[in-house]
Design a protein around this ligand. Sequence first.
Ligand code: HEC
Length: 197
Amino acid sequence: MRGHWTAVVVAAMATACTTEREPASRTAVSQKLPARFSTIGRAASNTEIRAWDIDVNPTGAGLPAGRGTYARGAQVYAEQCASCHGAKGEGIAPNPKLIGPDPRDFSFASDAKIPRTIGNYWPYATTLYDYVNRAMPFATPGSLPPSDVYSVVAYLLAENSVIDKQMIIDAQSLPRVRMPSRDRFVLDDRKGGAGFR
Ligand code: HEC
């Protein structure tokens, strides 16, 4: 009961404060704003900035040191990915299908029920590193060391028939992998007006 009454009193006070004081306090706050909030926060350290600076672009810039193999990737996949994406990468709804290079004719463009996969849709292999590194495993993103990310990338690329199972994947080799759908994507150089490319 006591808790109940306290809550009611606090609520009543809060109402009183907002109704009576709001216009005055708004003016007061805007007059007191300092030019700089030098007392709030601090400059981010280089280590902190590096921890956020994880993007990998299509040229491969941003890829870290490390190397991955298909064999290790198969292990990582079975332990960290298969529970959601299926033992064969077939996808367990609502988690998407990851393995399956067919169909290769981009027919999902006219039939959204046909799944897009790494093998039949993704234009850059480097994006696979970037995405897995920043977003997967879904519940613990960022938990895989670079060599495990490279390895699971090698596994997914090989299972999608994009690379050979023997290929070592690292910062040098990954940007050289040409994805089957690379040429399906064009730069949007429209200068305004109608029409889609
Ligand atoms: C807890 C379930 C779960 C686990 C475990 C998991 N994923 Fe995912 N994954 C998802 C979901 C959900 C999505 C869709 C996310 C979205 O669309 O925002 C996804 C999307 C993806 C995609 C993008 C697919 C596409 O074509 O759009 C890739 C690649 C991927 N996951 C790789 C992995 C890898 C590699 C692992 C293991 C290291 C992994 N995932 C572990 C749930 C999971």
